[in-house]
Design a protein. Structure first.
Length: 312
């Protein structure tokens, strides 16, 4: 039986995936819903690339909630190794066990070796946890920001994803009875090796268009008025078309809507925009470039466009 046959309770169609994600407040386009459906159906890892804040990580969280699966997250960083990603031995506890055995006069080294290298002294990290399917089905394994690691870890991960197994010299091989649902994300700070990408289904997660971003706000921040949502999206979309060091992602859009709601704003005005740019933009150079007359120019243009649309 292959991996896709072992995973149960999965959406039966692309439309079902759209509705599944929507039920958790994630408004996905057809292309993303299709690749999610195929990854689930084929039992293949899903590799998502895109700018920070466009919703790559959220896909794993939403699938975990919607499918009722445990979410196991491996947050990647420079220098990540097997000890932090897969397993390590609890050396302190092992030393205590050895000293207790010596104090009790237990000098059988073979038996002691078996005892201290048993599973009770094993610290299981995310990749090993993901191979041990809990009740309720295989977990969702999120390998977040893989591009932050080095090529050596990437090569090791390739082996794990090929067979969904890990060999622990002292205990043997641990193989997943039911492979986890794997979501890998990258912000593309460096290129991930082609060999790993070939093991996965690939999708570039871009910024949403205006209509979908308004829908995202309605789903995730229903307290925001229609007028505010449209003005916020218009302003954010204009910023993304400009020359910024870091354009705001969907995460920043939602944060900005939340901040504006806390300020009881029902529409944008130049003063409120200038006062809250730090919620939307994360670099001082970008804030300086946008505040003042530039922010007012963009806001005036957005309001004029919305008014023109309302008249048609």
């Amino acid at each position: 039986m292959d991996a896709s046959q072992k995973v149960t309770n999965l959406p039966p169609s692309i439309d079902a995936v759209v509705e599944l994600l929507k039920s958790q407040g994630y408004i996905a386009d057809r292309a993303l819903s299709t690749v999610v459906f195929l990854a689930l159906k084929m039992g293949r890892p899903l590799f998502l690339e895109g700018e920070a804040g466009v919703g790559k990580t959220e896909i794993a969280k939403v699938l975990s909630e919607a499918l009722g699966r445990k979410l196991i997250r491996l947050q990647c960083y420079e220098g990540l190794d097997v000890n932090a990603a897969v397993y390590e031995w609890n050396y302190s506890a092992q030393m205590i066990e050895i000293r207790l055995a010596e104090a009790a006069g237990e000098l059988d080294r073979d038996r002691l070796g078996q005892d201290i290298f048993s599973e009770r002294f094993l610290t299981k990290r995310p990749l090993l946890q993901a191979l041990e399917a809990p009740k309720g089905g295989a977990p969702v394994l999120l390998i977040d920001e893989l591009d932050r690691t080095d090529e050596a870890f990437e090569a090791f991960l390739l082996e794990v994803l090929s067979d969904f197994q890990v060999t622990i010299p002292e205990l043997g091989t641990v193989k997943a009875e039911e492979p986890p649902i794997v979501i890998i994300t990258s912000n593309r700070t460096r290129e991930v090796h082609d060999a790993l990408k070939r093991r996965c289904l690939y999708h570039w997660v871009g910024y949403p268009d205006a209509a979908r971003e308004v829908a995202i706000i309605k789903a995730r921040r229903p307290e925001a008025s229609e007028k505010l949502a449209r003005e916020v999206v218009g302003f954010v979309q204009a910023l993304r078309g400009g020359e910024l060091y870091k354009a705001p992602g969907v995460a920043e859009t939602l944060d900005w809507v939340s901040a504006l709601h806390e300020l009881d704003a029902v529409a944008l005005d130049p003063q409120t925009v200038n006062d809250t740019l730090g919620v939307l933009l994360k670099y001082q150079d970008d804030i300086v470039r946008m505040e003042g007359s530039e922010a007012k120019r963009i806001l005036d243009q957005i309001k004029a466009e919305i008014a023109a649309m309302a008249r048609t």
